[in-house]
Design a protein around this ligand. Structure first.
Ligand code: COA
Ligand code: AMP
Length: 631
């Protein structure tokens, strides 16, 4: 069917449409209820169906005679290692590790935190949890102990799976001290930690708590796939909200499996045996959906890459991997291509490699700016697909569905809404606006399969954060418009979330970290545009009366604080002391105006401002410090 036909059917007959898509996976018990309400009144898909996601990703393919096909290729320029797993081998590894988890008491519904670098054991641990019906929660390896501790307390894991270290280009990051600190900080203590000892940096184990991966699987009986309900949780993935406490996005099993399988064909045009490479990290939603689950559910070969787009060893890394493994679809964040462009402006390194198998380049995670889009198209001469989604949805809300023959692109647009997503643009009163008018991007309920049904342990936060603003709609937190051909243009977040190198971070959370410093009375963290990372945070701080501290010394302390409490990944490099912060008469800090000042953009002081003179003062201060962008 064409994009137009699928889009229309999903809109007008969602149950018939998704019932058909659900037939593409093998259920243990076929669902008869396609769409129903749960106890919270939330729409749920395939509620009476039963399945196992790891079975569909692995055993199913072996049973279909594809056991010898490559399931996963681990390519690690940072260690010089490469390793392939056939579907049969990966199934066996997962069954063994699931047996190991079971021996530690992990069963259906138990949580397991996975804090790992990009090594295959991370995927094996995720799939092993799925096999047991346990719920995994992967925490990105770049997060600091405090972030990990918050997630441990929220998820209350029985077991944590981790590794002795990660490797960032040529820097070894010992993970064990971070894990130990996090467990010490957390109130909820795991029973066991299973540690992969990497030869680059072995760690000491904590007695009565830690065991090695080898010990975990030693002499173990492989575990069978456990049947779970469609609505049972597969994983919880924490993402930044507007406060310091991250939100645990819950993903179910049934809707997720159906959506993953569907999107692999429709959005990415990938099928059995195709090689797909999402150059991300399992700590992010892209890693969950398109490094691990979707490619395996679709019988593809997935590339698991432990490296960067540049410096491992050079800006030709992407092309090298594409040639080496015959990648058909490459998915990365625009920031990765900006990093390559910076080091290899004419893309000369790509000429060294045979990229004939590479059919399409997919980008998401942040806005694809037209210059980056044009640079990639010009130099790679491949179709570039921008698609827009979020941790909450798990798959593309809108995109250029190459698998459905949708090929017309408009630069700056994420193309058309995906079948199943009824996207509308609402004004501040929740009324749909006309074509080409800007507003809040919302999705009319029901959300399609795969999207979150709740926030872990805090359903009211799901309702207040997403559903209560406009009745009958899910609000995405992004603003934008639909043009008269129903092409969607996403213009950025309408809340306090910023996007740093494709990583979603909360400025509210950074403000809490800065405000915790003894010298700081008040602060504002804003996103400043960055040519490489899209956005980077900048802090403006006001000192408490009577405090005397050197500005530069304070800045260093605040930078370190963010590194220690959130992680280096926040890329927090500027904390500027100011005399006053612009506020409305009711006391709200005017962050939008501050953002414009820091970005060197024109701004108009709102009529509600309390003290207009402070704007010029801040402009002068940022200019003096050399941190105001000049455009
Ligand atoms: N574990 C530990 N530390 C990590 C980490 C991890 N998994 N990932 C990043 N960090 C650290 C880095 O070492 C760096 O530390 P430093 O400040 O001490 O040097 C810091 O966090 C910032 O890292 P990063 O954002 O990766 O910046 P960079 O300058 O090293 O690299 C890019 C820039 C553009 C090459 C890189 O950001 C990139 O590859 N981006 C693609 C992002 C992506 O795939 N996003 C997924 C969404 S689809
Ligand atoms: P995350 O939950 O980390 O995937 O981040 C989701 C947010 O990233 C979205 O709400 C958008 O603000 C932004 N985003 C993701 N993909 C795109 C895209 N293709 N274009 C513009 N913004 C994007």
């Amino acid at each position: 069917m064409s994009y137009q036909e699928e889009y229309r059917e999903a809109l007008e007959h969602p149950q018939a449409f998704w019932k058909r898509q659900a037939q593409e996976i093998q259920w243990f018990k076929q669902p008869t209820k396609i769409l129903s309400k749960d106890e919270n009144g939330i729409d749920r898909w395939f509620a009476d169906g039963e399945l196992n996601t790891a079975f569909l990703a692995l055993d199913y393919h072996v049973l279909q005679g594809r056991g010898e096909q490559t399931a996963l290729i681990y390519d690690s320029p940072v260690t010089g290692n490469q390793r392939s797993y056939s579907y049969k081998e990966l199934t066996a590894e997962v069954a063994h590790f699931a047996g190991g988890l079971k021996r530690q008491g992990v069963g259906k519904g138990d949580r397991v935190i996975i804090y790992m670098p990009m090594i295959p054991e991370a995927a094996i641990a995720m799939l092993a949890c799925a096999r047991l019906g346990a719920i995994h929660s992967v925490v990105f390896g770049g997060f600091a102990p405090h972030e990990l501790a918050v997630r441990i307390d929220d998820a209350e894991p029985k077991v944590i799976v981790s590794a002795s270290c990660g490797i960032e280009v040529n820097k070894i990051i010992p993970y064990k001290p971070i894990l130990n600190d996090a467990i010490a900080m957390a109130t909820a203590k795991p029973d066991t930690c299973i540690i992969v000892q990497r030869e680059q940096c072995k760690c000491e184990l904590v007695a009565h708590m830690d065991i090695t991966w080898e010990e975990a699987v030693y002499n173990v009986t492989p575990a069978d796939c456990v049947a779970v309900k469609s609505t049972d949780s597969l994983y919880v993935l924490y993402t930044s909200g507007t406060t310091g406490k991250p939100k645990g996005v819950v993903r179910d099993n049934g809707g997720h499996a159906v959506a993953m399988k569907y999107s692999m064909a429709s959005v990415y045009d990938m099928g059995i045996g195709d090689v797909f490479w999402a150059a991300s990290d399992v700590g992010w939603v892209v890693g969950h959906s398109y490094i691990v689950y979707a490619p395996l559910l679709a019988g593809c070969t997935t590339v698991f890459y432990e490296g960067k787009p540049v410096r491992t060893p050079d800006a030709g890394a992407f092309w090298k991997v594409c040639e080496a493994h015959g990648v058909k679809g490459l998915f990365a964040a625009p920031t990765a291509f900006r990093a390559i462009r910076k080091e290899d402006p004419d893309c000369k390194l790509a000429e060294k490699y045979d990229l004939s198998k590479l059919k399409t380049i997919f980008m998401a995670g942040e806005r694809l700016d037209p210059p980056t889009y044009e640079w990639v198209v010009e130099h790679l001469k491949k179709p570039v697909v921008d698609h827009w989604w979020q941790t909450e949805t798990g798959w593309a809300i809108a995109g250029n569905h190459v698998g459905l023959g949708l090929t017309r692109v408009k630069a700056g647009s994420v193309t058309r809404p995906s079948p199943g997503y009824n996207v509308e643009i609402l004004d501040s009163k929740g009324k749909p606006v006309a074509a080409n008018e800007q507003g809040s991007i919302a999705i009319k309920l029901p959300l399609p399969p795969g999207c979150l049904p709740t926030i872990w342990g805090d359903h009211s936060r799901f309702e207040s954060g997403y559903l209560n603003t406009y009745k009958g709609y899910y609000i995405t937190g992004d603003g934008g418009y639909l043009d008269d051909e129903h092409y969607l243009f996403v213009q950025g977040r309408t809340d306090d979330i910023i996007n740093v190198a494709g990583h979603r971070l909360s400025t509210g959370e950074m403000e809490e970290v800065l405000a915790g410093h003894d010298a700081v009375a008040e602060c504002a963290v804003i996103g400043q545009n960055s040519d490489l990372k899209g956005e980077e945070p900048m802090g403006l701080v006001l000192l408490k009366d009577g405090i005397t501290i050197d500005d530069s010394e304070l800045e260093l302390q605040l930078i370190q604080r963010v590194r220690d409490q959130i992680g280096a990944v926040a890329s927090f490099h500027h904390a500027i002391v100011v005399q006053r912060l612009p506020k409305t008469r009711s006391g709200k800090i005017l962050r939008k105006v501050l953002r414009s000042i820091a970005n060197g953009e024109e701004y108009v002081a709102p009529s509600t401002i309390d003290d207009p003179a402070c704007l010029a003062e801040i402009e002068e201060m940022l200019t003096k410090k050399g941190v105001r962008r000049i455009i």
